[in-house]
Design a protein around this ligand. Structure first.
Ligand code: PLP
Length: 492
């Protein structure tokens, strides 16, 4: 299975190497040209379980792994890690549908991919004699999901950097209470961008070369890795299967999806599902106040030169949606020169513009809308008061946009990306106003539970009273030295 760069078809790797490498050497993203002729029989998936469907899709897109390796990886990733037997159950919200992606160990959709990626990495490493150090900056959700997924995986260590004081109380405790011999968690004095650029500097510095002499290479768990993208394709098929089984749709009947979007990974997985044969009509891209994608889909101009808004849906506070590069590659018919030029322009000026032809091709499938914090709070209230569904702020952005754009008679599936209890303060305040005094995360968790009767996920409830195992806080400039030290310690 050949993957190559979005910017140059000669920059190639098989699927195992692409998973280990993450990003192409030329800065492009790994893509394959065989999505539409991969030979998937959608109808044949109907009788399969989640795990069987996952295995089928992995074997088509990650063909350099053996069947036995994929079976083992799928069993470890989804065997008993998700609290719902369906893994990603589909439930009603009014006359539409919620695809619940938050039943994993850390209560956000990133678990679906980050339970699998470590398995894929560890199998690809097997027998090479090499060891990997994963270095990742997080605004909150990726960090915990990655820590959980990589915990005690053989020959892999992981260091996660979060902006001190800028993640939710629950997210902080999730990370600093992380157990495992191979994990390091560290606060950064600064914001997410400082943590992110500190991490990027480590990759650009000589640290990687020094470590490689010791048999250790640096890698990342961020969402541009195909090992994160492929597992996300699976649940789009699961949504279709669930609607078929319920008798809501007939064979081949097309459905819409609405996806709360940041880095464009989740919604791109839906597009890949469509290219593989899933009957998808529209993909609706829902953004918060950082609505760079809404504007792009309206005008063809991508411009990151704008104020950054800190919102109540922080995992979507992103101005550079990296995975959009893969869509540009695909809709341009694989024009690597064009993509390389656009990305160069983005790097230099923070802006690029695509022609009308390309824009029209994108708009055949993609629609977009956005919601600010006030509209998001209103959507949380509407969902609860009118439909009896408690949703998190990211899902609420999608709910608002879905209500605006959905068409009667076409089933629409909204991807629900996090448990409301991960953001219980903002959800509670949207519904009932602030608690008096200096209430903390767990006070809000209790209060939201009492008022709504909706039970918080067990892993979040059990956080209360967990010991803090990681107390270090450093400056962004110290990340390099920290990574070197931890790589040697954790992979000794
Ligand atoms: C990461 C995240 C998103 C955005 O997903 P992308 O793949 O980056 O578009 C949305 N909601 C939640 C809760 C997230 O953690």
């Amino acid at each position: 299975m050949i993957y190559h760069s979005t910017r140059n078809k000669e920059e190639r790797a098989d699927s195992r190497s692409a998973v280990l490498q993450g990003l192409c050497r030329d800065g492009g993203l790994f893509v394959t040209d065989s999505l539409s002729d991969c030979g998937l029989q959608v109808e044949a998936l109907l009788s399969l379980s989640y795990k069987e469907t996952a295995k089928k899709i992995f074997s088509l897109l990650l063909g350099d792994y053996t069947e036995a390796e994929l079976s083992d990886a799928v069993e470890k990733a989804y065997g008993n890690t998700f609290s719902d037997p369906a893994v990603t159950p589909l439930t009603a919200i009014g006359d539409s549908w919620l695809l619940e992606l938050y039943h994993g160990p850390t209560a956000a959709f990133k678990d679906v991919a980050l339970c699998m990626l470590p398995q894929l990495m560890s199998k690809a490493l097997g027998g090479t004699g090499r060891r990997a150090m994963i270095v990742t900056a997080t605004s909150g959700d990726t960090g915990k999901a990655a820590l959980n997924g990589f915990q005690d995986v053989k020959d892999i260590g992981i260091a996660v950097f979060y902006p001190e004081g800028k993640v939710s109380d629950i997210q902080w405790l999730q990370m600093v209470s992380q157990e495992g011999k191979n994990v390091a968690v560290c606060g950064i004095r600064g914001n997410f961008d400082d943590a992110q650029s500190g991490v990027k500097q480590v990759f650009a510095s000589g640290a990687g070369e020094v470590l490689s002499k010791e048999g250790i290479f640096l890698s990342s768990a961020n969402s541009i890795n195909i090992g994160r993208l492929v597992p996300q394709i699976v649940y789009y098929f699961e949504a279709y299967k669930a609607l078929r089984r319920k008798g809501t749709i007939a064979e081949g009947e097309r459905i819409d999806f609405c996806v709360p979007t940041g880095n464009f990974g989740d919604v791109l997985a839906g597009y890949y599902a469509k290219r593989m044969g899933l009957p998808v009509r529209r993909l609706i891209v829902a953004s918060n106040a950082n609505n760079v994608l809404t504007e792009f889909l309206a005008t063809g101009v991508y411009d990151r030169n704008r104020p950054f808004h800190k919102t109540i849906s922080p995992s979507m506070d992103i101005l550079i949606s990296s995975n959009l590069e893969r869509l540009l590659y695909d809709v341009s018919g694989g024009d690597t020169e064009l993509v390389a030029g656009l990305m160069e322009s983005l790097g230099k000026t923070g802006r690029y513009e695509i022609g009308q032809k390309l824009l029209s091709a994108i708009r055949e499938t993609f629609f977009a809308g956005c919601a600010d914090d006030g509209e998001t709070r209103e959507a949380i209230r509407q969902a609860w008061e009118q439909e009896g569904r408690l949703i998190d702020p990211h899902t609420a952005v999608g709910y608002r946009v879905m209500r605006q754009l959905k068409e009667p008679g076409v089933p629409c599936v909204l991807l629900s990306t996090a448990s409301p209890y991960k953001f219980c303060r903002d959800v509670y305040e949207a519904l009932y106003g602030p608690l008096p005094g200096e209430a903390g995360g767990f006070d809000y968790m209790e209060a939201l539970w009492q008022k709504t009767g909706e039970e918080p996920p067990k892993p979040l409830r059990e956080l209360r009273g967990k010991p803090v195992l990681h107390r270090e806080v450093i400056d962004p400039g110290e990340i390099g030295a920290y990574v070197m030290e931890k790589a040697r310690e954790k992979l000794a």
